[in-house]
Each structure stands twice: as structure tokens, then as C-alpha cells.
Design a protein around this ligand. Structure first.
Ligand code: K2U
Ligand code: ZN
Length: 194
């Protein structure tokens, strides 16, 4: 699919954006502390566009690069409501520089742990320093669902999943369910391949 993004004064063609496979827990790539992005170049911009396309297709409101097997510090998110215009964010090397004392509890899910949801308590507001898709340094204050989402995604690039906030028993139960799901998916693929 070719999509044109019209920006003031220039048109950037993104040829062949791709929906990528999302890695399912347990997988060592989801537990790695990811390496920083050295330079925000066309390759990183294409990766970010693939991540956005993969996130929208899931559907989800956030996605981190390790979830598609790239252990780099890159996340995307779009928490815009259904009847709002899209609000895509690309955050390279995101770093939380301030957390509110106030916390809130939100039911979380994860595209790498499909079908599982649990309440997680996090700071209600955060300030995040990052590079945008043009490599420009930005600092943004997140509240509400965006604050929950950006913390969930930054956890991903630090090798942390929302189930790490749950009891060991609950975490083990979910992990066993995901192992079974992966076995069933592998059997389904083998059957389809004949
Ligand atoms: O990182 C991911 O797996 C994407 C999550 C991000 C997310 C999780 C919890 C809370 C907010 C964002 C997916 O978008 S999971 C879908 C979802 C969306 C809203 C609330 C809960 C789960
Ligand atoms: Zn997740």
C-alpha cells in the first residue's frame, strides 16, 4: 500500500508500510532492556510507520518496538477516541523525567498478552522527554489514558510487562495460558502449511 503524507512543502511517500507480527509472551525479546536509537533516520521513520500500521490493525492504542522483535527504544501511540481525529505519537528514546505523586488505577491489556486484563496502579501524570520522528527533542506532559499508555510502552522498552505488577501466582497462570495459545497457533500454522 502506498500512502502519501502531505507535510508543509514536501510530500513523503511511504511505499509498502507493513503490518508486522506481534510477539506473544513469553519471549526473551519482551524481557530485554532495549538499546537507544542512535540516529532518527529514514529506517527508523519507516519502522515507526510500520508500528503505527500494526497498532491500528490490532487494534491497539500503543505499541513498543520490542513487540515486533526490534529491541530498540521506540514507541508509538494514539489514544484518540473513535469519534476523534487520529492523534499518532512517535517517541524515540522516551524517558520519564517527572511523575505525579497522585496515582490512578487503570485496567490494562497488552497486544503481546492477548485476552488478559488486570488493574494496574501508576502515576496519574508524567512528563516524558523524547525525540520525535524528525529527531527533534520534545518534552510532553501526559495525563489520563495517555499517561497510562505511555508508561505501559516505556515499560516495554525496559523489558517490563503489565503482568509483572501482578502476584506471582496470577503471572504464572497467564504465562501458562499464553504458552498454550502459542502452541495452538503453531499447530494451526503447521496445518495450514499442509
Ligand atoms: O503495548 C501494548 O500492548 C498496547 C496496549 C497499550 C495499552 C495498554 C493498557 C492501557 C493503555 C494502553 C494496547 O493498546 S492493549 C488495548 C487496550 C486499550 C485500552 C485499554 C486497555 C487495553
Ligand atoms: Zn503491552
Amino acid at each position: 500500500m502506498v500512502a502519501a503524507i502531505v507535510k508543509p512543502g514536501r510530500i513523503a511517500y511511504i511505499a509498502g508500510m507493513a503490518v508486522r507480527d506481534i510477539i506473544i509472551h513469553p519471549d526473551p525479546r519482551l524481557k530485554k532492556v532495549c538499546a537507544p536509537v542512535e540516529e532518527v533516520d529514514e529506517r527508523i521513520r519507516r519502522l515507526a510507520d510500520d508500528m503505527l500500521e500494526t497498532m491500528y490493525a490490532a487494534p491497539g492504542i500503543g505499541l513498543a518496538a520490542p513487540q515486533i522483535g526490534v529491541t530498540r527504544r521506540l514507541i508509538v501511540m494514539d489514544c484518540a477516541g473513535k469519534d476523534e481525529p487520529p492523534r499518532p505519537h512517535v517517541l524515540v528514546n522516551p524517558e520519564i523525567v517527572w511523575r505525579s505523586e497522585e496515582t490512578n488505577v487503570h485496567e490494562e491489556g497488552c497486544l503481546s498478552i492477548p485476552g488478559e486484563y488486570a488493574e494496574v496502579e501508576r502515576p496519574a501524570e508524567v512528563r516524558v522527554r523524547y525525540l520525535d520522528r524528525d529527531g527533534q527533542a520534545q518534552e510532553r506532559h501526559f495525563t489520563g489514558l495517555e499517561a497510562t499508555c505511555v508508561q505501559h510502552e516505556i515499560d516495554h522498552v525496559n523489558g517490563r510487562l503489565f503482568i509483572d505488577y501482578l502476584s506471582p501466582v496470577r503471572r504464572r497462570l497467564i504465562t501458562e495460558k499464553m504458552k498454550k495459545l502459542k502452541r495452538e497457533r503453531a499447530r494451526g500454522k503447521a496445518k495450514a502449511a499442509g
